[in-house]
Write a protein that binds this ligand. Sequence first.
Ligand SMILES: Cc1cc2nc3c(=O)[nH]c(=O)nc-3n(C[C@H](O)[C@H](O)[C@H](O)COP(=O)(O)O)c2cc1C
Length: 157
Amino acid sequence: MSRSVGDRLPGQILELLDGHEPAASMGLTVLLLTTNADDWPQVAMLSAGEVLALHASELRLALWPGSGATRNLTSRSRATLMLVTGDAGYYLRVRTHRLSDITPMGARLAVFGATVDDVLVDEVDYATLVSGIEFRLLEPEAVLARWVATLEALRGV
Ligand SMILES: Cc1cc2nc3c(=O)[nH]c(=O)nc-3n(C[C@H](O)[C@H](O)[C@H](O)COP(=O)(O)O)c2cc1C
């Protein structure tokens, strides 16, 4: 069962998403769950190049401007971010607000500030999570350069 551990990001999540070493978080998938106009939960997959933890209670997200997630967060200000690290699942409930768009390397992205409202840890005593969703970059160097530019722009909003 999931349990609340308060409204601050645990150290290991802060370390994964603080933007200092995006190459070390390559492959990490952060699920972004929002609610659309018909009340359907909508899922987007984000990487460590588009999610920046500024500190333990504030994140910033860079989203594709035409996506459902951008549409949903522009009209509704709540979301859950989900990731697996160590052997536990984490659900980060956040309240969002739209900030100025950024255009790292010429591509426009919608930016949202996300204030942590609650951190839930999901673990059970009869099983251990062995992985979250992971992806492999087809052109790691080019993508990493884009992530670095995106994270820098996110920090400067
Ligand atoms: C490996 C992978 C990485 C993705 N990275 C991002 C991302 O950084 N930003 C983003 O907005 N969407 C990203 N997406 C796309 C979202 O999952 C989703 O398709 C997009 O937000 C459009 O969703 P919609 O159909 O609800 O509009 C990624 C998808 C995959 C499979």
